[in-house]
Design a protein around this ligand. Structure first.
Ligand code: AMP
Length: 459
């Protein structure tokens, strides 16, 4: 007798969502709930508080939006202008816009009204919207408090509160604003808290906010997405721009998100790429919201090949199947590396994250490798001949600067392909290592390439 097929993941139809929501899910083309959706949706539908460890890319937005829409529409109330029933607090404008877009997508067959609210844009349209019905308000804390101060929003009717990317809100210094907002909404409510990481501060916040919460964890703390292929190129800072332009052409990358540490660096890099005839734009906090939205739209539709972003500006950027992320500089906070590479390899697609690392950044690299509990392959890109000054900065001699030959002396079939440099071509001389700042041994001698470009560091 054939054994019955066991399907460990439930279907959307089994989760208890109403018909209009199931239709919206079908319209979105989703077939199976992601793990966070399978776990969080029944918990939220049952009305309980939730503490969820989930990074962007796990499907968490639908995980809270769908059951919230279900609950609100199951208990219709006469709406009062500017008095939302659900408040979703998020750290950035981009995330606010994207979460509200999701609310609209999943709520398209319902009569609920949503609104997004963030700073850096004209406040007048927000005043106007708040004069009408608003069931679900997605907001950044600062602008929300501006409205509270002007009494243009009334938070006394909030039944459901969501803190999305709570860790990032705390990193950005929003804790006092969050506490102020919480003081204004009813104590009797449902609270959902989502965070990628769980610091002491987040735990304290969760303890004070949540009432006997259900917990859901879909990505272990600080786990770098296993779908993302990660590699490192060792490149001196002064040569990264030309190296990146080379990489983009070399691989014919059509959609690359590049992270820089500073806003100024983002601008400079975008300028250089444009000069090299690679369509690029920078987004960061100094750009107007209109410029950021335009750049993001062009990047999504393929007009813009490269988007250069700082960590905060890129937070929450949601692009399906973004294939390539580049860390032009490593972040000095290792968790940011995990957030950055999480922009790719999302919802099951395969992505790649490449980091350009200067000697000065070896300490950061070591911290990242310790956090993600694995070493990142150092890869040599062939056909890129390091300029002499750069090579001497990295301690290479002439031979090391040339594309290496494989064992046997024959050229590889594709000289343009990147080469994993896990195995050193020439073993470093014993005792010749000199530790870089907190990093792998870097030899400044006759033949350092193995240590610099070749060895996978055990951790
Ligand atoms: P999020 O983690 O909420 O930012 O979602 C990441 C991406 O996954 C978004 O682009 C969603 O449209 C997509 N997504 C969410 N749920 C599903 C699902 N069940 N099946 C396929 N894609 C999904």
């Amino acid at each position: 007798m054939p054994s019955p097929l066991v399907n460990p993941s439930p279907a959307f139809a089994d989760l208890g969502l109403s018909a209009p929501l199931q239709r919206a899910i079908q319209d979105a083309g989703y077939v199976t709930p992601t793990p966070i959706q399978a776990q969080a949706i029944p918990l939220v539908l049952a009305g309980g508080d939730l503490l969820a460890a989930a990074q962007t890319g796990t499907g968490k937005t639908a995980g809270f939006t769908l059951p919230i829409l279900h609950r609100l529409s199951a208990k219709p109330l006469t709406p009062k202008p500017g008095r939302p029933r659900c408040l979703i607090l998020v750290p950035t404008r981009e995330l606010a816009a994207q979460v509200e877009e999701s609310v609209q997508t999943y709520g398209k067959h319902l009569a609920l009204v949503s609104m997004v609210m963030f700073g850096g844009v004209n406040i007048n349209p927000q005043y106007k919207a708040l004069k009408g019905r608003v069931d679900i308000l997605v907001a950044t804390p600062g602008r929300l408090l501006d409205h509270v101060g002007q009494k243009t929003v009334d938070l006394s009717g909030v039944e459901i509160l969501v803190l999305d990317e709570a860790d990032r809100m705390l990193d950005m210094g929003f804790i006092r604003d969050i506490r102020k907002v919480i003081g204004l909404i009813p104590k009797q409510r449902q609270t959902l808290l989502f965070s990628a990481t769980f610091s002491e501060e987040i735990r304290t916040l969760a303890n004070t906010l949540l009432n006997n919460p259900g917990t859901v964890e879909v990505a272990r703390r600080n786990t770098a997405s296993e779908l993302v292929e990660q590699s490192v190129h060792l490149v001196p800072q002064g040569h990264k721009k030309e190296f990146l332009a080379h990489l983009i052409r070399h691989h014919n990358w059509q959609q690359v998100l590049v992270f820089t540490r500073t806003k100024h660096g983002a601008n400079k890099l975008a300028e250089k790429l444009i000069k090299d005839r690679i369509p690029a734009a920078a987004i960061h906090g100094n750009k107007s919201q209109a410029a950021r939205t335009r750049a993001l739209a062009q990047f999504k539709d393929g007009t813009l090949q490269v988007l250069v972003a700082t960590d905060i500006a890129a937070r929450g950027i949601d692009i399906d199947q973004l294939p390539q992320v580049v860390n032009f500089e490593l972040p000095n906070v290792p968790e940011d590396y995990v957030h950055r590479i999480g922009r790719t390899g999302r919802a099951g697609s395969v992505g790649a994250a490449v980091s350009l690392v200067d000697n000065e950044e070896m300490g950061y690299l070591k911290d990242i490798e310790r956090l993600i509990k694995r070493s990142i392959a150092r890869v040599v890109v062939e056909d890129f001949v390091m300029p002499e000054t750069a090579a001497s900065h990295l301690g290479m001699d002439d031979e090391d600067r040339r594309p290496p030959r494989p064992a046997g002396g024959r050229n590889p079939p594709n000289r343009s392909a990147p080469r994993r440099a896990d195995a050193p071509r020439k073993p470093p001389a014993p005792g010749g290592g000199k530790p870089a700042r907190g990093g792998a041994p870097v030899r400044h001698g006759a033949r350092p390439s193995a240590a610099l470009l070749g060895t996978k560091k055990g951790s």
